[in-house]
Design a protein around this ligand. Structure first.
Ligand code: V47
Ligand code: SF4
Length: 380
């Protein structure tokens, strides 16, 4: 449906003014964002978000060939939503793990000869691991596989490393960049608002610290992603506040690649009594993110978390990137109740998932250079 057609069926003046802003490629205000959450029908949001998605990317849908390494599930912090909280697990538990350097190098070597372009390294914040350890680790990974893009460490892990090493964020990031780290993932953002953050993850770095870390990363030439953890105790104002702060930082640095809404899953954590939000709320979250974050090029659905079918649907609600083939040994989501219990897709499955909903599968690298247009590949 076109925006003109949508306008004909809308009588609400505020909604009409928002449709006009989207048509004219103008930024919507925080009040508009709140209004959309509270008043707009999900089908209208889909049309608005899809118009932006198609204006920016047409049918193109990006994915990359990547794998994950999670060095440990032991963590010094107590995030109430996380299965790795120090209150739920300690290092002597039967299911606690801590990969050695050798384990990690073996995991990298296992992909020798395969056309994987990225390794994504995040994990619990282990008390033993510091900046020097990770500097060494990254430079050895690059020795083994110089062509691999290393996307590593949430702002929370980095904040811990920097404080322990008594260096500034910028110095910490420069050390890792010099060792070969290419970018930062978006984790650890959760909800920036202090009142909500205090209730769900009081003891880790603040929202302001998270933003400062990403600003520092952008200033040393490392791009990053941003996330939001939605669908728990936050309210609409907190979601809009979160995205406003990201939008403002992106205006200043332009260093964010993608925004990734992460749906709160309620398995194995201290907030398990909170139910999960409906698929309608998921569609609204992604669509409003696409509409609100006019200066973010990419809205990504992390398919192992949200599931394959919802990912396909989201390709009509603003999403233009579905992360990677993943080959995921990460347990943080599976423990929390993610849709995918053993997330890995072959390239063919990735292509089929995208083509089945009439989109164009494009393999990208970690900074969104297009590597391969698979739209003409016939699947057998
Ligand atoms: O910050 C923990 C989340 C995040 C739960 O940048 C949970 O490409 C939902 O950073 N329910 C880390 N989420 C994940 C992350 C990420 C993931 C995919 C792609 C990228 C990227 C980054 O995992 C944490 C936290 O928000 N998480 N527990 C839970 N129960
Ligand atoms: Fe630790 Fe990250 Fe889990 Fe918080 S979300 S407990 S910092 S692994």
């Amino acid at each position: 449906m076109s925006l003109e057609f949508l306008k004909e069926s809308v009588t609400d003046n505020t909604l009409l003014s928002i449709i006009d802003k989207v048509s004219n490629q103008q930024r919507i205000t925080t009040e508009d964002g709140i209004y959309l959450f509270n008043n707009a029908d999900v089908s209208y949001l889909g049309v608005l978000a899809n118009s932006i998605r198609e204006r920016k990317h047409g049918n193109k849908t990006y994915f990359n060939k990547n794998f994950h390494i999670e060095p440990t599930n032991i963590c010094v912090f107590d995030c109430k939503f996380c299965a790795y909280s120090k209150f739920l697990r300690n290092k002597d538990d039967y299911d606690a793990w801590e990969l050695s350097e050798e384990d990690i190098f073996e995991a990298i070597k296992a992909y020798e000869g395969k056309d994987i372009t990225e390794v994504h390294i995040v994990g619990g914040v282990h008390p033993k691991m510091g900046l020097e350890y990770f500097r060494n680790l990254i430079s050895k990974i690059k020795e083994i596989r110089p062509d691999l893009h290393v996307k590593a460490f949430t702002a929370v892990e980095l904040d811990y490393m920097a404080r322990k090493a008594k260096v500034s964020y910028k110095e910490c990031l420069q050390v890792l960049k010099d060792a070969g780290q290419g970018s930062l993932p978006g984790g650890g953002a959760e909800i920036f608002d202090r009142s909500i953050r205090d209730k769900i993850c009081k003891d880790k770095c603040s929202g302001e610290d998270w933003l400062e870390m990403h600003e520092a990363a952008h200033s040393v030439g490392m791009p990053s992603n941003a996330t939001i953890l939605y669908g728990h105790i936050e309210e609409v104002v907190h979601v809009i506040d979160h995205m406003s702060r990201l939008r403002e930082l992106q205006d200043r640095t332009g260093g964010f690649n993608a925004f990734i809404p992460l749906k709160y899953r309620n398995g194995n954590n201290q907030m398990s009594d909170i139910g999960e939000v409906s698929i309608i709320d998921d569609l609204k979250m992604y669509a409003i993110a696409r509409i609100f974050l006019d200066n973010f090029n990419h809205i990504k659905a992390y398919w192992p978390m949200i599931g394959r079918k919802t990912t396909q649907l989201l390709l009509s609600f603003g999403v233009n990137d579905i992360d990677g083939t993943v080959d995921d040994s990460t347990k943080i989501y599976t423990m929390a109740g993610a849709e995918e219990q053993k997330p890995a897709m072959t390239t063919e499955q990735m292509i089929a998932l995208i083509q089945d909903v009439d989109r164009q599968p494009i393999e990208r690298d970690s900074v969104y250079n297009e590597l391969h247009d698979y739209s003409k590949v016939e699947l057998v």
